[in-house]
Design a protein around this ligand. Structure first.
Ligand SMILES: *Cc1c(COP(=O)(O)O)cnc(C)c1O
Length: 389
């Protein structure tokens, strides 16, 4: 291979198949040889409207002709519009835009520490959870409870004691004078779609209020309609103090957000920033995505499709003696009951289906929110074919 064309010039951070994706539309991707793939990964739960939706290319074209980046030291119209779309549809009052989920979480951690400095005598510890995933910067890896992160890049950032999900006593046991917040995902996606019980979120809200602590929800995977409600914490009907968004907010472009209630939003000049943060090109796309998701019946469609996907997977599971199907909306996992995940993902790829195994015994399904029934049927029929081999 010509040196200039060598795939080896891309850092190998994960094993990748050696074809190259060149094109996508809806739930379909094509590689350079025009092979077709049915995509139930969608950029890791990112492309909520599927690949290359018309609305996003229109907005990108229009906005790119108007204004790309005036710098975050100036206001721009799409950022203001997106902030008000989020504020009007949530219990939060102020938004800081960022470029990745980890960066939004890093901002949430900084905001909580700032709040602790101002209001709680310098308290800085944030209780997070075993198996949680919050990103890949040093602080967000430290906040994560992913076992594989434990030994990496020591020394980690201090101050993230780990509790057990859905175990309120394990949280209580970690609270002390240094505690400032509790941070968690409404559904632990990377841990294999483990649902945070509504009652646990309600207990946490109560507990954090009683102890003068902040409650931070990482909605990077669950927010923006993935679960069939606009925000994952909507099922528990609580109002957290801080929320982070990412992945689907940009529908495929890099965009994330940190949302805070008025009393929590305490950054002072110089505390937070970033060159590309809130740039109009990305926030204009965010507006189009949220406006689409907020259209009447869109979220009902996610719920209906989620139920259909779940039912199909349950039938598949019982026909093949597999385990539990769990999730909410279109974030669904099938427990395989054995470590066949990586092998099935590989076979699926060869059969033209993109799937993900966040753990060796779990298959995760995170299609576009506007996936069609026919595509769900096709996905299951490919699964049928490969499991019989
Ligand atoms: C994907 C994800 C992140 C990290 O987002 P990046 O954009 O990859 O930095 C953080 N938290 C959760 C829950 C996620 O699913």
């Amino acid at each position: 291979m010509n040196k200039k064309e060598s795939l080896k010039q891309i850092m190998e951070i994960t094993p990748r198949p050696d074809f190259i994706f060149t094109k996508g539309s809806g739930s379909i991707l094509w590689d350079q040889n025009n092979n077709e793939y049915l995509d139930f990964v969608q950029g890791w739960a990112v492309n909520c409207l599927g690949h290359a939706p018309e609305i996003i290319s229109q907005v990108l074209e229009q906005q790119s002709k108007k204004l790309l980046t005036p710098s975050p030291a100036f206001h721009n119209e799409p950022a203001i519009r997106l902030a008000s779309l989020i504020v009007e549809n949530s219990c939060f009052d102020q938004i800081f835009f960022a470029n990745s989920g980890a960066e939004a979480n890093e901002g949430a951690i900084k905001l909580a520490r700032k709040w602790g400095e101002v209001n709680k005598d310098g308290a800085y510890e944030i209780i997070t959870f075993k198996d949680a995933f919050h990103g890949r910067t040093l602080a967000t890896m430290s906040a994560s409870g992913k076992p594989q992160f434990k030994e990496l890049f020591e020394p980690k950032v201090q101050g993230f004691p780990k509790a057990l999900l859905n175990d309120i006593d394990s949280v209580k046991a970690l609270i002390n004078d240094r505690t400032v917040a509790v941070m968690l995902e409404p559904i632990q996606g990377e841990a294999g779609v483990r649902i945070t019980e509504d009652i646990f979120l309600q207990e946490l809200r109560q507990l954090t209020k009683e102890n003068g602590l902040l409650l931070i929800v990482d909605e990077i995977q669950t927010g923006v309609g993935r679960t069939g409600k606009l925000w994952g914490h909507g099922y528990a009907d609580i109002c957290p103090d801080i929320m982070t968004l990412g992945k689907m907010l940009g529908g495929g472009v890099p965009l994330s957000a940190l949302a805070a209630t008025e009393t929590t939003s305490c950054f002072e000049y110089g505390d937070q920033g970033g060159t590309f943060n809130g740039n109009p090109l990305m926030t204009a796309v965010g507006c189009a995505v949220l406006e689409t998701i907020l259209q009447e019946n869109f979220l009902d469609g996610v719920k209906t499709n989620g139920k259909y996907l779940t039912t199909c997977l349950e039938e598949f599971s019982s026909a093949h003696d597999l385990g539990e199907v769990r999730g909410r909306g279109l974030l669904v996992a099938l427990d395989l009951g054995s470590n066949r995940g990586p092998e099935l993902v590989e076979k699926a790829l060869q059969a033209g289906l993109l799937l993900n195994a966040p753990r060796p015994d779990i298959l995760r399904f995170m299609p576009a929110l506007n996936v069609g029934r026919g595509e769900i049927d096709k996905m299951v029929s490919i699964l049928e074919k490969i499991i019989e081999e």
